[in-house]
Design a binder for this molecule. Sequence first.
Ligand code: UDX
Ligand code: UDX
Length: 459
Amino acid sequence: MKITNICCIGAGYVGGPTMAVIAKKNPHIKVTIVDINAERIAAWNNKDVSKLPIYEPGLAEIVEETRGKNLFFSTEIDKTIAASEMIFISVNTPTKTYGKGKGMAADLKYVELCARNIAEVATTDKIVVEKSTLPVRTAQAIKSILHNTGSNVKFDILSNPEFLAEGTAVQDLLSPDRVLIGGESEDAIESLAAIYGSWVPQDRILRTNVWSSELSKLTANAFLAQRISSINAISELCEHTEANVNEVAKAIGMDSRIGPKFLNASIGFGGSCFQKDILNLVYIARSYNLNAVADYWEQVIILNDHQKRRFSDNLISTLYNTVSGKKIAMLGWAFKKDTNDTRESAAIYVADHLLNEQANIAVYDPKVNSEKVQADLNYLNTRSDEENKDLVKYYDDPYEVSKDAHAIAIMTEWDEFKTYDWQRIYEQMKKPAFIFDGRNILNKKEMTKIGFEYSSIGQ
Ligand code: UDX
Ligand code: UDX
């Protein structure tokens, strides 16, 4: 099928950047991103591209170049679906918070709503592309909805999982390691392959069956997360044996079979995908009664929770077993650098533990605002919104946030943290001045020389 109009449902961290790059590389295709959230669409349409709802290096420039030409943001969902030959579903698939599979399974209600919406308004043949990460065999459900509620329209379903990482989304999209397209209809697969073919070499476009494609996405994330939990497990052992986790990571990473990437010990992984996708994998394995398989992958999550807890426990015990009434400055709230996304960020959980011990939390993040910090904590429901507001203060200056603090906790690896005047920060803190470097980004020797009591992960 020749594609001239694309619709993407969901103007989020995945849909936004992906469609912007598709539009940039395919000027002959009109790409419209729709969303039920009118506020978000308005933000995407903001004349000032520094105010887009999603921060990604390089994204604003591409939006500026393509918006109004062949890239559009709209709330007119039905009209856009009807006018498009290809529809990407890029809505969120959070972990279920109710009912069967609560806390484990992916909540597919938004995906189902999209499928029903497409079935309702389609009057011509459509290719429907799953972009959201979905459990294996979801395509079957989408297919069944489309075929049973639609008119005589032909629907082809493709799985085209996203492998971009936040913070490097534009770069990852412009030169992907691979693009994966799973489907039954060769014609549909080739229609999508042609779109990526505008800039991705053909040998990097993999064609598989739908189920392999769906499972590959979960597997890739599970393997990546497993590397972090593995190195984090070793970090704790290092702390007890005088080995240094950075040295160990470098030594093992030079083995070409292991490779150097994704071996940074940390306070634990965050983000919208790793935990959700592994829980998903575990849930699927259990549903087939494969308990050994499920337990194996679940351990990656258990270790990750342990790493977050260990960080806050260590902070509390170092501060003479009490943080009650003490100002603890958190540098960074995002789940990684170069993004304003905070979903599942370790900072949220560490802050929550410290708040249980009645600490006064002070937060600074270069891209996350005060409202987001409060909302993330309120969402946990550990205490009332008023208490969170009382105990957690947001600062938009790194020197103000650390003033009179008993300790600084580095939660995100933002580059700017390395460039601060640490002497100045030291002078205005309470003494002894503690730093807990959850990302191993500062230089231990320099910090100790200034006078800090410095501790990091796995050293
Ligand atoms: C989401 C999923 O979290 C991830 O699993 C998947 O791989 C890609 O899609 P992301 O883009 O980061 O990732 O989610 P989010 O930023 O929450 O964006 C989803 C958007 O869909 C939101 O703007 C939401 O308003 C919109 N949406 C949701 C709809 O337009 N319609 C719906 O029915 C539900
Ligand atoms: C991930 C996958 O990388 C991507 O391919 C997929 O499409 C979506 O999920 P993302 O969650 O955006 O991407 O970020 P990623 O770079 O994978 O980082 C996830 C978490 O792991 C972050 O909290 C990060 O700080 C942490 N991390 C990463 C470490 O703690 N150590 C590392 O060595 C690498």
